[in-house]
Design a protein. Structure first.
Length: 95
């Protein structure tokens, strides 16, 4: 499948993007190169290879959820740049 400049213009219009003629030509070439590469990948024999979502094995790096006592108000506010009573004081963000 080969894309034309008109295809790129159509997709750009759908995405509400405006490109110069030089950019349209550049994107046409780049997208066609991507499609050629995908066609090459389609020629590979993948029989016996299980589908996967990642190229390498991914495992969770999360720790077990263990209940622990909290730090407490005094320790929590110890490094706060500005605290008032039991609360962090922050700059006003809404007028």
């Amino acid at each position: 499948m080969k894309l034309s400049t008109q295809d790129v213009e159509y997709v750009a219009k759908l995405a509400r993007l405006e490109f110069t003629d030089a950019q349209k030509e550049k994107f046409t070439v780049q997208l066609n190169n991507i499609l050629i590469y995908i066609e090459k990948l389609g020629e590979l024999d993948t029989t016996g290879i299980a589908p996967m979502s990642h190229a390498i094995a991914v495992s969770n790096a999360f720790r077990e959820d263990v209940e622990r006592p909290s730090l407490g108000t005094k320790a929590t506010l110890a490094n706060a740049p500005d605290a008032r009573g039991e609360f962090f004081r922050v700059p006003k963000v809404i007028d």
